[in-house]
Design a binder for this molecule. Structure first.
Ligand SMILES: [Zn+2]
Length: 483
C-alpha cells in the first residue's frame, strides 16, 4: 500500500518587535491587557475609519523574505479576504493574494533543515503580510463542551507574516524541526519573539496515500505540531486500512486531549471574494530599500552554525541543533566563554537539557533560567574536578530543569561520587564496630546482610542508595572472609 505522507505548513508569525499594529496606533503588545481595551476605530473596523500602513512592518517582511531566499515583489498590494467569523470585526481580513494579477510580498524561497543527521531543503511557496484576528475565548478552555463563546479584539490588526511551504515535509519530526528553524531565523532577525504565547502558530495540511488534504488549524508550538501530525497521520492511515475514505476537512488540534477534531467547513477559495483593498492603494517597493535591508541582515542560523562549529570545535550536527533555538545558542556561547569546555557544555544542553525541557513542558527560555550560566559552569567545574560522575551530572541537569534545584544544594546533600561513597564507608565501619555478632552472622549467612544494610540506612536516615550500601558491605565482608 502506498502510504506516502505529504505535509505542507502555513505558519503565522506575529511581528512582535513592532511597537504598533499593522494599520493603526494601538500597541502591538496586547498580552496581559483586559479584554477589548487595546482597540480603536481602525482595528475594530468602524465605518469611516481608514488604515495607515506601519512602514516598519514592510521592512521586517522584506528582511524575512531575504533571509528565506525569497524573491521580494516590486509592489505591496493588499487585498480583502472576506469571510464571516466573530473574531473578524470587519468581516474581511486585510491580506495578500497570489492570483488574478495580484502579488504577495514575496514568492519562492527555501529553508535547509537537518533532521537527525540528514539534511533536506524545504521550499517556501510565498510570504504574505496580513492582519491578525481577534481571539475567541471559550469558558471551558476549548470549543468542546462550551455553551457560549466570548470575543476579545485586542489582538485584531496586529501585523502577521504568513509563510507557506510547499508540501515537502514527510514526517512529523521534519515538520517540527522546520518550524523550530523558521522560528530561529525570525528570532535572529529580531522580527518575532516566538516564545510568546500565540506568537507563532501553524496550520498543517496533511495527506496520506494520495488521499485528500486535511487541514489542522492553530497549532501553537513545534512540539505540538509534531504531536498533532503523529495523531492525524495515524487517524488517516487507520481509515484507509479499514477501507474507508478520508474526508477533505478542517480539523482543530485539542492540545489538552492530544487529538484533532473536525471543525467548521472550510470556505472554498472563490467564496473569499478576494479583491484589492480600495483603502490601501499599491505601494512600489524600491530596489534601494531591498538592497539596504539585505546589507543590514544579521548573522543567521546557518552562518552561525558554521561559525560555532569551527570556533568551538563542536560537531556540525551539534551546531545545527543549537542554532534551532537562538536563546539556547546564546546560552551555549556565553557559558562556553565563561567556563570553557564547549564540548561538554553543548552535550549537556543538547542531550540532557533539551530532553528535560521537553519532558517538563516548559519552553527553552524558562529552562535556561533554571540552568543558568552560573549553574551550568558549576556543573562543568564539578565534573572536571571529579566531584560528580557523568551519571550524576545528568541527574543534576534533570533536577535543575524539573525542580529548579541548584548544583550547590545537591552537592550539600552528598550527591557526589567521592563524597557519597566515602561517607557510606565511614557509616559501614561504625555499624560493623557496633554489631560484631551481626557481622559474624553475615560472614556465615549471606541473608543476615540485610540487618547490617538496615542499620546503615537508619544511620544515614534513608539518604544512602541501598544498592551502593549493599555493595560496600559485601566488599567489606569479603575482606573479613579472606582473613
Ligand atoms: Zn487600533
Amino acid at each position: 500500500m502506498d502510504s506516502e505522507v505529504l505535509i505542507g505548513l502555513e505558519v503565522h508569525v506575529q511581528v512582535t518587535s513592532l511597537r504598533t499594529k499593522l494599520f493603526c496606533r494601538c500597541s502591538s503588545n496586547y498580552r496581559g491587557n483586559p479584554p477589548n481595551t487595546n482597540v480603536c476605530p481602525v482595528c475594530l473596523g468602524l465605518p469611516g475609519s481608514l488604515p495607515v500602513l506601519n512602514k516598519k512592518a514592510l521592512e521586517k517582511a522584506i528582511a524575512v523574505a531575504l533571509a528565506l531566499n525569497s524573491r521580494v515583489s516590486d509592489k505591496l498590494v493588499f487585498v480583502r479576504k472576506h469571510y464571516f467569523y466573530p473574531d473578524l470585526p470587519k468581516n474581511y481580513q486585510v491580506s495578500q493574494y497570489d492570483r488574478y494579477g495580484l502579488t504577495p510580498i514575496a514568492i519562492g524561497g527555501s529553508v535547509a533543515v537537518d533532521v537527525d543527521g540528514s539534511s533536506k531543503v524545504v521550499r517556501i511557496r510565498r510570504i504574505n503580510i496580513e492582519e491578525d484576528t481577534g481571539r475567541i475565548a471559550y469558558p471551558e478552555k476549548s470549543v468542546l463542551g462550551s455553551r457560549y463563546a466570548l470575543v476579545d479584539y485586542n489582538r485584531a490588526g496586529v501585523a502577521l507574516l504568513e509563510i507557506v511551504t510547499e508540501p515537502d515535509l514527510r514526517t512529523p519530526r521534519e515538520a517540527r524541526v522546520f518550524l523550530e528553524k523558521l522560528g530561529s531565523v525570525l528570532e535572529h532577525l529580531e522580527v518575532a519573539d516566538t516564545s510568546l504565547e500565540g506568537a507563532m502558530r501553524a496550520d498543517a495540511n496533511v495527506s496520506v496515500a494520495g488521499g485528500p488534504r486535511v487541514e489542522i488549524k492553530n497549532i501553537g508550538s513545534p512540539k505540538d505540531l509534531e504531536k498533532a501530525l503523529n495523531y492525524e497521520i495515524a487517524r488517516q492511515l487507520n481509515i484507509v486500512k479499514s477501507g474507508g475514505t478520508v474526508e477533505r476537512e478542517t480539523r482543530h488540534w485539542i492540545k489538552e486531549r492530544g487529538i484533532t477534531v473536525a471543525s467548521r467547513v472550510k470556505e472554498l477559495e472563490g467564496e473569499y471574494r478576494y479583491f484589492p483593498d480600495p483603502d490601501l492603494p499599491p505601494i512600489p517597493i524600491g530596489r534601494e530599500l531591498v538592497e539596504a535591508i539585505a546589507k543590514s541582515l544579521p548573522e543567521l542560523p546557518d552562518q552561525r552554525a558554521r561559525r560555532i562549529a569551527r570556533e568551538y570545535g563542536i560537531g556540525d550536527y551539534m551546531a545545527s541543533v543549537l542554532v534551532l533555538h537562538k536563546k539556547l545558542c546564546d546560552h551555549f556561547e556565553n557559558a562556553s566563554r565563561v567556563c570553557g569546555n564547549p564540548k561538554l557544555v553543548s552535550s549537556i544542553l543538547i542531550n540532557e537539557f533539551l530532553r528535560w525541557v521537553d519532558e517538563a513542558g516548559v519552553d527553552v527560555p524558562s529552562g535556561i533560567t533554571r540552568l543558568s550560566t552560573d549553574r551550568l559552569c558549576k556543573l562543568v567545574q564539578y565534573f572536571e574536578s571529579g566531584l560528580v560522575s557523568i551519571k550524576l551530572l545528568k541527574e543534576y541537569v534533570r533536577r535543575a530543569v524539573l525542580e529548579d534545584t541548584s548544583p550547590e544544594e545537591l552537592l550539600s546533600k552528598g550527591l557526589t561520587t567521592l563524597g557519597e561513597e566515602s561517607e557510606i564507608e565511614r557509616v559501614v565501619e561504625e555499624v560493623f564496630r557496633e554489631n560484631p555478632k551481626a557481622v559474624a552472622d553475615a560472614i556465615r549467612d549471606p541473608k543476615a546482610v540485610n540487618f547490617l544494610v538496615g542499620q546503615v540506612m537508619k544511620k544515614t536516615r534513608g539518604r544512602a542508595d541501598p544498592k551502593l550500601v549493599n555493595e560496600i558491605i559485601r566488599r567489606r565482608l569479603a575482606e573479613y572472609g579472606v582473613k
